[in-house]
Design a protein around this ligand. Structure first.
Ligand SMILES: *[C@@H]1O[C@H](CO)[C@@H](O)[C@H](O)[C@H]1NC(C)=O
Ligand SMILES: *[C@@H]1O[C@H](CO)[C@@H](O)[C@H](O)[C@H]1NC(C)=O
Ligand SMILES: *[C@@H]1O[C@H](CO)[C@@H](O)[C@H](O)[C@H]1NC(C)=O
Length: 372
């Protein structure tokens, strides 16, 4: 009699174990949807105090994706009224006041509850670099004046500082590669992957008073003063970077103008703009071909852009990412979350699978084949 019922029971137990096991597996593989949790938006503000003008950038990102790549977007760009802060050497207080308008625009955008937690930085580039070489006490007065104005705001002001040319280049390189998703990628299979070194792009930056070039060279960097190394998402990047002070657009134009005998210096606005525009174009061409040595073969590899991914190119985003340590040195830890219900069901089915399997094994041991 045992011979007839035993195989049936064992088959049934085996079937149940397989079904239960499969259910467990499916439950484990179901990924949680993260739309259920409302995510906070965080903000960060950077003033780019350039030689010809000052711009303010407001960046925003979802709080829970702080260390993910490419999630920071530009929420606002504002041009401060008047010239660059280095032009206020004779009246430093006005340098601070010139930032007020943009500051108010930024405050209007950021919810009041979040303002105290929003970091704000001011970085000054070549215009102030030139001024601090010429008269460092004037440069100091200007920094004090802007610090006073920005420090009074409800935001979390981290300070105003002079950016070295090399840092400007390196941070611009971080910005473009971050925005293009070149530093690290979250693959479809749910893993962080390092894009190939060859896909990283180099950065050329044409400013008013200086110009920067930054890239990962094919060979070793011989002059260590031109090398900047950083560790981003688990990879070490060694970039060559150089800033040429006085090779910026405006510096070149003023040098050129000084050389020309009369040039219709008093010509009305439109002509002057067109003239500068054409001269700048020619200058950039000359710089690339004769200064940096690009050739006809390498020319198509150069892309001219002011923006990428809705974000202005430049050093500011890289600066904020670096100072807030939003780009971790190591690849972010991976968490796979599951909703509580699915997790509980998974446990129940796992226990069931185990019980049924043990039952089948016990049956096999207690009533060995042929015992009936
Ligand atoms: C720097 O500027 C201050 C204030 O304008 C002036 O008193 C001083 O003489 C200047 N110093 C130099 C070296 O030009
Ligand atoms: C990045 O930030 C650190 C301080 O957090 C600073 O020492 C370093 O110079 C910064 N890097 C660049 C390229 O500015
Ligand atoms: C981002 O990385 C920093 C440092 O690596 C860490 O302190 C911080 O908690 C991370 N933030 C998130 C949201 O993972």
């Amino acid at each position: 009699m045992g011979l007839t019922w035993k195989p049936r029971v064992l088959t049934a137990l085996l079937g149940a174990a397989v079904a239960s096991g499969l259910t467990t597996l499916i439950l484990i593989l179901v990924e949680a949807t993260d739309v259920l949790l409302p995510t906070d938006t965080k903000f960060g503000i950077v003033f780019d105090a350039g030689s010809s003008h000052t711009s303010l950038f407001v960046y925003r990102w979802p709080a829970d994706k702080e260390n993910d790549t490419g999630v920071v977007s530009q929420a606002l760009v504002c041009q401060a009224k008047g010239p660059g802060i280095s032009s206020y050497a004779s009246n430093p207080a006005q340098a601070g006041e010139s930032l007020q308008g943009c500051l108010e625009e930024a405050l209007a955008l950021i919810p009041e509850a979040q303002q105290r937690k929003t970091p704000m930085f001011l970085g000054a580039t070549a215009g102030m670099r030139l001024l601090s070489q010429k008269n460092s006490s004037q440069a100091r007065d200007i920094f004090e004046a802007v610090t006073q104005v920005l420090g009074k705001s409800p935001l979390d002001f981290w300070g105003a500082e002079l950016l070295a040319g090399q840092d400007e280049g390196a941070l611009g390189w971080i910005t473009i590669n971050y925005v293009l998703g070149m530093l690290v990628k979250y693959s479809f299979s749910g893993e962080w992957i390092q894009p190939l070194e060859g896909t990283l792009v180099g950065a050329l930056d044409m400013g008013g008073a200086s110009t920067q070039i930054t890239f990962v060279p094919g060979g070793p960097i011989l002059d260590k003063s031109t090398q900047t190394t950083f560790r981003l998402y688990g990879s070490e990047h060694s970039v060559y970077t150089h800033s040429y002070l006085c090779f910026g657009r405006d510096q070149m134009l003023s040098r050129l103008l000084a050389q020309l005998v009369q040039v219709e210096a008093s010509s009305p606005g439109q002509d002057r703009w067109l003239r500068d525009y054409c001269t700048s174009g020619l200058y950039i061409l000359t710089l690339l071909l004769e200064g940096y040595g690009f050739s006809e073969e390498t020319w198509p590899g150069i892309e001219f852009c002011k923006q990428a991914g809705g974000t202005e190119m430049g050093w500011t985003l890289g600066y904020m990412l670096n100072l807030t340590r939003m780009i971790p040195a190591e690849v972010p830890a991976q968490w796979r979350a599951q909703s509580y219900g699915i997790w509980a069901a998974g446990v129940v089915f796992a226990v069931l699978t185990l019980t049924v399997t043990l039952g089948a094994v016990a049956g096999q041991l207690l009533w060995p084949q042929g015992a009936g």
